[in-house]
Design a protein around this ligand. Structure first.
Ligand code: G3I
Length: 321
């Protein structure tokens, strides 16, 4: 049975996967990842982040990111940039103690401008310019740039630099726990509203979608929230979908996971401004979940042996039904 997600969709929405450089030595893994009738898009999981691209001030290293970009090109897949500025995996030299506010602004401009410019023309999709700006209660996440410059200033600096560096790339702000209405989604809506009012370039909100089996919001709640974002005059994408469970896997949990993947995909399908869905890698073999959430995992639609799980059928049904 051939399942051609991209063909089925007629190019209207993409389905994609994150990947990471160490995995690119795994031949069987790469073969499935490179099936562009299945995955129409890829995102580098780590190799375009600040610690990877500017480990020392003014010293840029693009080899690992370039390897993912080259794979996307070879496969005819869209490429999503991830990310320009984030509190995590920031290079250790970027500290408030070392620089004043105006220098930090310049450091941010140079970083986003240089990295986005490096991939200009190759980034046929979008950039997660700003990653995870909010805490779960909707307050501004504290880190060097928000502390020194304030939310609006650092976000604007990053977006303006990214637009100048690659006018063709769609520019996103990306966060988790903004799947359905709540304080964090409201904070994101308020931020986008103020950026739009100021004429700051912003094209989309990335809804990461790190979810839990059996705890996924209803399709109606997802759609209502997705539409609250697209009503602002932006697009949305589901950028990092995975749906984890407490191990061990059971048939009941796998069946619920199939339902949950179907719910998210079909909600995106129902909203015109939801441009696509990316899973945060496709196989449990390379999922970040077990390393961070003890006792949890099995969050992806392919198992540790690269065998499709019921979740895969939930995804296909979500895109096609
Ligand atoms: O590069 C070092 C390597 O030198 C060292 O030997 C190894 C030992 O642990 O660690 C390697 O760094 C790891 C890095 O991934 C690269 O593999 C870090 O420990 C590990 O913490 C890091 O995890 C990444 C995580 O972001 C960091 O927060 C995950 O792979 C990546 O999938 C994950 O992705 C994030 C998104 O960017 C943003 N949204 C949440 C999502 C999940 O956390």
């Amino acid at each position: 049975k051939s399942n051609t997600v991209a063909k089925t969709l007629g190019g209207k929405k993409y389905f994609g996967s994150a990947t990471d450089n160490p995995e690119l030595n795994d031949t069987a893994y790469v073969a499935t990842l490179s099936d562009n009738t299945l995955f129409g898009q890829i995102t580098p999981g780590n190799s375009m982040k600040w610690d990877a691209t500017e480990p020392s001030r003014g010293v840029f290293t693009f080899a690992a990111g370039d390897a993912v970009a080259a794979l996307a090109k070879k496969n005819g897949q869209l490429l999503r940039g991830h990310n320009c500025v984030w509190y995590n995996q920031l290079a250790s030299w970027v500290t408030a103690g070392n620089f004043n506010a105006s220098t930090l602004t310049s450091i941010l401009q140079t970083h986003c401008g240089t990295v986005v410019s490096h991939y200009a023309g190759q980034m046929k999709d979008s950039w997660d310019v700003v990653n995870e700006p909010f805490n779960d209660d909707g307050t501004v996440r504290s880190f060097v740039f928000s502390d020194a410059l304030g939310l609006t200033s650092y976000v604007t600096t990053a977006l303006v630099a990214a637009r100048a560096a690659d006018p063709a790339a769609k520019l996103y702000i990306n966060d988790y726990n903004i799947d359905s209405a709540g304080a964090k989604a409201t904070a994101m809506i308020n931020l986008v509203t103020s950026l739009k009012a100021a004429g700051t370039p912003i094209d989309g909100v990335g809804i990461q979608g790190h979810l839990i089996v059996g705890e996924v919001p209803s399709k109606a709640a997802l759609i209502a929230n997705y539409e609250a974002f697209t009503a602002l005059g932006i697009e949305i994408a589901i950028t990092e979908l995975d749906i984890r469970m407490t191990l061990p896997e059971t048939p009941a949990l796998l069946a619920q996971q199939q339902t949950d993947y179907n719910t998210v995909i079909s909600a995106c399908k129902a909203v015109a401004g939801c441009v696509g869905v990316t899973i945060w890698d496709y196989t449990d073999k390379y999922s970040w979940i077990p390393g961070v959430f003890t006792g949890q995992g099995a969050a992806l639609p392919w198992d540790d042996n690269l065998i499709r799980k019921p979740a895969y059928d939930g995804i296909i049904a979500g895109f096609t039904n």
